[in-house]
Design a protein around this ligand. Structure first.
Ligand code: LLP
Length: 425
């Protein structure tokens, strides 16, 4: 059930009216629900009960320290893609020992930091990366735990910008090269081969491609076993989608069902081939943990009727929420206090100087300047992808906890945006 519902004609986050939040914190503001966050994580945690499994939240989806802290307290590990993200995990009280490091371009400094902090595993994506990691670990007198991100060449059937498991993508080691790459990894003195991983794409509504990828990984684990390379964990990546609510969209497969099918396959394979010996399973979900926990609250500045289109110009923009312009993503728009009467069709646009600065197109609204809108399902890849384009301070973030509202990031002010700059001496 959505945690953003109308009560007495006003859209609420749990029991708090979004209009009250706008009054106290201004707009644009990202508003999250703590209950929704814990429910989403709980769906993964419940499905993993009694198993050797770890949910490493992909924090690129939403890396606010308060969100990380809440998830860490629930036992989450983290999937990071930079040294900066590792420092966030630590600042939020997360456990580096439950942290995996993904990404195609890890620098020497990032590797060193991750080895110092003792992360769980490096998800390595190429042979040059194996050599670099081997050298860095050797120079520190350490051994680096390694998993290879294998590209199973499965079509995730999602938007091309967020499909990652096909041959044409920059990610991972090609399936056909995986064995040779594992041999290289196993031969390097400062690496410990511990796992195998993949991530085939994002916003997957069906689990069939994920299960197909699992089958490919299983096949490879058996081949490696035959070579004396033993894999201790299997990481299937993230990718489960959410319902953004566009007309005709089908809902994603529920987390519990997907994990149930995945564990059943793993159990059957282990029973048949490995005498039932368990293997640790790792997940890297991002969107399915945070997307529907948040909305972007924004105020209408002006209405601008036009010959071809009507525009509702709001105080949030593409710099606050990139998804529409970057992926032509459809995001739901709800009036915070709906008015009685006829609706007009509007494009909801921001003040940034680009035609691409739109948040929603052709929506039926009955609105006036000063009215509030909520851009729905904006908790994932919203604030983390925000920029300061046009010297716009990034939005505030608040989280609703029952009836209480906590500000978890204050609004940036313009002076802060150029504080790091200097003129020629
Ligand atoms: N693991 C790896 C290695 C990833 O690259 C990603 C996402 C995830 C896990 C988490 O995937 P999720 O569970 O969130 O689907 N900005 C885009 C999505 C980019 C996804 C990048 N990688 C969007 O707003 O749709």
């Amino acid at each position: 059930m959505s945690h953003f519902q109308y009560q007495n004609g006003v859209l609420h986050a749990d029991s708090v009216a979004l209009s009250a939040i706008a009054e106290e914190f201004g707009t644009p503001t990202y508003v999250y629900s703590k209950t929704a966050l814990l429910e989403n994580f709980g769906a993964y945690a419940d499905a993993c009960t009694g198993r050797d499994a770890l949910v490493c939240y992909a924090m690129k989806a939403n890396s606010n320290l308060a969100i990380l802290d809440l998830l860490a307290r629930e036992g989450a590990g983290f999937d990071i893609v930079s040294g900066g993200e590792l420092l966030r995990v630590i600042a939020a009280g997360g456990d580096p020992g439950k942290t995996i490091f993904s990404g195609v371009g890890k620098t020497v400094e990032e590797m060193r930091l991750a080895l110092e902090k003792g992360i769980l595993c490096f998800n390595v994506e190429s042979i040059p990366e194996l050599h670099r990691l081997n050298e860095v670990a050797g120079s520190m007198g350490k051994r680096a735990p390694v998993s290879l991100r294998v590209n199973p060449n499965v079509d995730a059937k999602t938007h091309p910008y967020i499909a990652t498991g096909l041959k044409a993508n920059k990610f991972g080691v090609a399936f056909d090269d995986a064995l040779a790459t594992y041999r290289t990894a196993a031969s390097l003195p400062n690496l410990d081969v511990v796992g195998i991983d993949c991530h085939i794409g994002s916003q997957l509504l069906d689990d069939a491609p994920l299960l197909e990828a699992l089958d490919k990984l299983i096949e490879l684990i058996d081949t490696l076993h035959g070579e004396g390379i033993h894999i201790h964990h299997l990481d299937i990546g993230g990718g489960l989608g959410v319902n953004y609510g566009a007309e005709g969209d089908k809902p994603p497969v529920p987390v519990g069902e997907y994990l149930g099918r995945l564990f059943a396959r793993i159990d059957a394979w282990r029973a048949q081939k490995h005498g039932g010996a368990p293997v640790k399973v790792i997940f890297e979900p991002g969107r399915s943990i945070v997307a529907d926990t948040g909305v972007l609250l924004t105020k209408i500045e002006f209405l601008k009727p036009g010959a071809e289109k009507n525009f509702a110009i709001v105080d949030a923009a593409m710099n606050d929420l990139m998804r529409p312009t970057l992926y032509q993503a459809w995001m739901g728009v709800q009036e915070v206090a709906p008015r009685e009467g006829d609706k007009l069709t509007y494009d909801v646009v921001g003040p940034v100087c680009e035609s691409g600065d739109w948040l929603a197109r052709e929506r039926a609204l009955n609105v006036q300047p000063g009215d509030l809108l909520a851009i729905m399902t904006a908790g994932a890849y919203g604030m983390t992808m925000a920029s300061n384009y046009n010297t716009r301070g990034r939005a505030a973030e608040v989280i609703v906890d029952g009836g209480r509202v906590h500000q978890i990031r204050r609004r940036e002010n313009p002076a802060e945006l150029f504080a790091l700059e200097s003129m020629l001496k």
